[in-house]
Design a protein around this ligand. Structure first.
Ligand code: ZN
Length: 203
């Protein structure tokens, strides 16, 4: 399986990193080795002094598809989740400055947290899902899928123009404002519409 991530999908997050607003979705891939095994602690890698959390709504692809039109995109997923796109911000900034790919800053071991999945039928409107990240029991990020520049069906359609989607692939739909640094002993938990879908400890 592959992990397809969307960058710069919330206006306020674009502003906090002083990035340019994209004309098309920003897309990158994390390898499957980036998935943090369930119930495992997250270890801050030696190569970074500034690892950031980015809480994101996730979509799990349920069948093969390419060149999917937006109208039919909903047929390609049944489950919605929540996760963290861990980012070595210092390394990413260096790579961005040089115009180099971000992979090392985003695709390292453990950099993809994938929480529990919920059936999409649990939600009345996929474009109105509230989610948040708590650090040490305090809310640090809060978002709603209604604030996405590109909504879930648009993203499924868009990425399928470039990458064939396969059963089990996961799309990270981008992070809202409020990203920040983690430190050893932090405790993170992610909540989607009042339900905790993951929690982990930072080492
Ligand atoms: Zn992200």
């Amino acid at each position: 399986m592959k992990i397809i991530c969307i960058g710069r999908n919330y206006t306020e997050h674009i502003e906090e990193l002083a990035n340019e607003k994209p004309e098309e979705p920003v897309v990158f891939i994390k390898p499957d080795s980036a998935i943090l095994p369930k119930e495992q602690d997250f270890y801050i890698p030696d190569f970074s002094k500034d690892v950031h959390y980015e809480v994101e709504v996730l979509v799990k692809i349920k069948k093969v598809g390419k060149h999917i039109s937006e109208k039919f995109a909903h047929n390609y997923y049944d489950e919605i989740g929540l996760g963290i796109d861990f980012t070595a911000r210092d390394l990413q900034s260096k790579l961005k400055e040089k115009g180099l790919p971000w992979e090392k800053a985003k695709g390292f071991d453990g950099a993809a947290v994938i929480g529990e999945w919920l059936p999409k039928t649990d939600f009345k409107d996929l474009n109105n899902i509230n989610f948040s990240l708590l650090k040490n029991e305090r809310e640090v990020q809060k978002g709603n899928t209604g604030l996405m520049l590109w909504k879930i069906d648009e993203l499924v359609s868009y990425v399928s123009q470039f990458f064939m989607l396969k059963k089990g692939d996961v799309i990270f739909t981008g992070t809202p404002a409020g990203v920040g640094r983690i430190e050893a002993n932090d405790y993170l938990s992610g909540v989607l519409e009042g339900r905790e879908l993951f929690h982990l400890k930072v080492k």
